[in-house]
Design a protein around this ligand. Structure first.
Ligand SMILES: Cc1cc2nc3c(=O)[nH]c(=O)nc-3n(C[C@H](O)[C@H](O)[C@H](O)COP(=O)(O)O)c2cc1C
Length: 366
């Protein structure tokens, strides 16, 4: 256990250990997107529980169509910055490092404080139905296909929110390029059916992602940690695969590095699953082979397999999602040899809010 518990250099940061809290949406901000005291308590618990790094829930980036869920936090104005600063300060005081996850919903759009009209690379709805734990479960709306102006507006939103994250005291940012949200939609041949310079070839599908990273890097400077989360699967489609397979994913990893990303955070249902249309590598295997790019791995890491995962990727951080929700003190429990429990999904019902979690926890104490 000692190795994973040792302090580690990650990008230009020194982290207390190799454990990261995976980003998890809690739909618990104020209706205008301002982070609040309940969120501060929530994040502080993971810092006190021993996680070296916390990655926030997906946080929206502009006052247009970037917000996807009611009560999702934003990082676009002074009230948002002030709310996040309180959270960042409390996390730092407890000894952890914290990155903001910046997210544009694209067509995975269920509620938005500013507009009723989702936008996306093409007028393609996600598969399935909206996520009940984040709001109602009626029908997806058909998004508007983004114009060049819409794309430029979205990029400016990422840039300004990255600057806002820096102002709030965050140690870095992670762009959400996974799970079927906007940046992933541009990479995906299901969502992206454009025939202009943003669609078709992988090079074209990468253009928005590369432009966002370049613009953010230029704005925040070289010392601010910047990374991107990448997946094949989406929240409504566990089977999506990039048609370019392993070679294409390596091209994506190299392109984001060359644009200025310090790290890639891979996520899959199971971190050890080889799931490209070709070959037998995992997402993490491919990124680990790319020089000058650091790695966070995620997907099904638990108290049983974590040593194997850590040994397979000796420089990587291990991001923990559901097991962390169930055990905010996951890392401390490992150190103490205490029991780690599974997530009871009742904690996330009827919605994945902190209020419902607290009510669930109160019911556990007889
Ligand atoms: C309630 C909940 C909310 C989530 N919200 C986000 C999110 O905001 N951003 C993101 O990139 N992933 C999100 N995820 C995915 C997790 O970060 C993680 O990838 C997933 O749970 C698999 O990791 P695990 O097996 O350790 O749970 C969420 C997962 C859960 C359970």
């Amino acid at each position: 256990m000692s190795d994973v518990m040792q302090s580690i250099r990650f990008t230009n940061q020194t982290l207390a250990n190799r454990f990261a809290l995976a980003p998890m949406t809690r739909t618990s901000a104020e209706p205008d997107g301002a982070p609040n005291e309940a969120m501060a308590d929530h994040y502080e618990a993971y810092a006190k529980g021993g996680f070296g790094l916390l990655i926030t829930e997906g946080t929206y980036t502009d006052g247009g169509a970037s917000q996807g869920y009611a009560n999702q936090p934003g990082i676009i104005n002074d009230a948002h910055i002030d709310g996040w600063r309180t959270i960042v300060d409390r996390v730092h005081a407890a000894g952890s490092t914290i990155f903001a996850q910046l997210m544009h919903a694209g067509s995975q759009f269920q509620a938005n404080h500013y507009t009723d009209q989702p936008i996306a690379p093409s007028a393609v709805k996600p598969k399935g139905v909206p996520l009940g734990i984040y709001g109602d479960q009626t029908e997806w709306k058909t998004p508007k296909s983004m114009t060049e102006e819409d794309i430029e507006f979205a990029i400016r939103g990422f840039v300004q929110s990255a600057l806002n994250a820096k102002t709030a005291g965050f140690d870095g940012i992670e762009l959400h390029g996974a799970n079927g949200y906007l940046l992933h939609q541009f990479l995906s041949t299901y969502y992206n059916q454009r025939d202009d310079r943003y669609g078709g070839s992988l090079e074209n599908r990468l253009r928005v992602v590369v432009d966002v990273i370049k613009a953010v890097r230029q704005a925040v400077g070289n010392d601010f940690t910047l990374g991107i989360r990448l997946s094949q699967v989406t929240v409504t489609d566990p089977d999506y695969q990039f048609p370019e397979g392993e070679v294409g994913f390596r091209q994506i990893a190299e392109a984001v590095r060359d644009a200025g990303a310090d790290f890639v955070h891979t996520t899959d249902g199971d971190v050890r699953r080889a799931n490209f249309i070709d070959g037998n590598k995992t997402l993490a295997d491919v990124v680990a082979e790319v020089d000058n790019l650091e790695l966070i791995i995620n997907g099904g890491i638990d108290e049983i397999n974590l040593q194997d995962c850590a040994a397979d990727f000796p420089q990587a951080l291990l991001a923990i999602g559901k097991k962390a929700l169930a055990n905010p003190d996951f890392v401390q429990r490992l150190k103490d040899g205490k029991e780690i429990v599974d997530l009871d999904f009742a904690m996330l019902k009827p919605k994945a809010t902190i209020t419902n979690e607290l009510a669930w926890r109160a019911n556990q104490v007889v």
